[in-house]
Design a protein around this ligand. Structure first.
Ligand code: SAM
Length: 323
């Protein structure tokens, strides 16, 4: 596979993610009034995938809302969504009023992807009205592959270009290096060469004094079900280098400690589904579509993990405990 083909394949994983999310929403797994605006091909997904999508979206949103809740007393919070693709998180949070005027939400992806996202914004007043709500219109600017207003920024960049990334965040977006900042990386770093991914992780801990990082990824699977997943990934032309570099939850945890985050919590999606997600909601969604392959469901969950970590400078330990 050529580099161009690989990049195109990586960008297309976003269409896949958006279709899966649309499908789970249309089956009633969770509510997202915005995702349908981003999806052209309304394909069906297996019940197993729908349930997995539900667990992933709920778990990430839970962590993001928890961070925003615990940092409520700060005048400005910053959320940076790496490889955001067509994620609708900003709109869901803005709609629920858990992010406010004063906060900043940044979404980054390849320019090819941000251009498409921008095109969808332009077509839908529902999105535009949330972008412009309480916004000083003097701050509103659109470029060919991005958009900027005081509360939201959409930026086209290859995340592997660390210097450009830091310039865009610190100079162009004028992010504060002291405000509570949350980075989200959901199914993104897997597609980035491990050394560059490490640099990205390290850049945030070095630059921001109050930083949390959420990572949702695949673990390196060694059982037959997992090997089939790996084969599917390879057939699509992706390198498995990053999966091999940090093949276990322990290795991932150590990676974040090594790159500057002293507090790291990591759980498999199986543990999260069993112990963290709300029981009544699980009972409700488990009735939506019958799942024959319970063993497969368990395996699928075991192959994904969610990591949450934190680095605080100059703040009391008690604050770190809470976060
Ligand atoms: N995070 C979104 C979600 O969970 O729905 C999208 C996930 S999709 C599987 C991966 C996204 O990461 C794609 O939109 C892709 O373009 C983006 N991505 C991967 N490598 C990237 C890079 N080097 N620079 C910018 N974006 C990248």
């Amino acid at each position: 596979f050529s580099l161009e083909e690989q990049q195109r394949a990586i960008q297309q994983t976003n269409d896949d993610a958006a279709i899966s999310k649309y499908c789970a929403v249309s089956k009633g797994y969770y509510n997202d009034p915005f995702i349908s605006l981003f999806v052209k091909t309304k394909e069906k997904r297996q019940p197993l995938i729908n349930r997995g999508t539900y667990a992933r979206v709920q778990a990430v949103q839970l962590l993001v809302e928890r961070f925003l809740h615990l940092t409520k007393r700060y005048g400005k919070r910053q959320v940076i969504n790496l490889g955001a693709g067509f994620d609708t998180l900003f709109f869901r949070l803005r709609d629920k009023e858990v992010i406010w005027k004063g906060d900043v939400f940044v979404e980054l992806d390849f320019p090819e992807v941000t251009q498409m996202k921008l095109r969808v914004f332009r077509q839908h007043a529902a999105l535009y009205s949330l972008l412009t709500k309480d916004t000083d219109m003097k701050s509103f600017q659109e470029t060919q592959d991005g958009l900027s207003c005081d509360i939201y920024k959409l930026i086209g960049v290859d995340l592997q270009q660390i210097e450009k990334l830091s310039y865009l965040l610190e100079q162009t977006c004028q992010l504060s290096t002291h405000a509570p900042t949350l980075v989200i990386s959901e199914c993104v770093l897997t597609y980035i060469e491990p050394q560059s991914a490490d640099q990205i992780i390290q850049y945030f801990s070095k630059t921001f004094s109050f930083i949390s990082f959420i990572l949702f990824e695949l673990t390196f699977p060694t059982d037959p079900f997992g090997r089939q997943m790996v084969k599917n990934i390879e057939q699509r032309g992706f390198s498995l280098e990053s999966l091999l570099s940090y093949p276990s939850l322990r290795a991932q945890k150590e990676r974040f400690i090594q790159f500057g985050y002293p507090k790291v919590d990591i759980k498999s999606m199986y543990t999260i589904y069993e112990d963290v997600l709300a029981v009544e909601e699980k009972r409700r969604i488990e009735r939506l579509e019958l799942l024959d392959e319970l063993e497969e469901w368990k395996l699928l969950l075991q192959h994904y993990f969610l990591l949450y970590c934190l680095k605080l400078d100059m703040l009391q330990e008690s604050e770190a405990d809470e976060l």
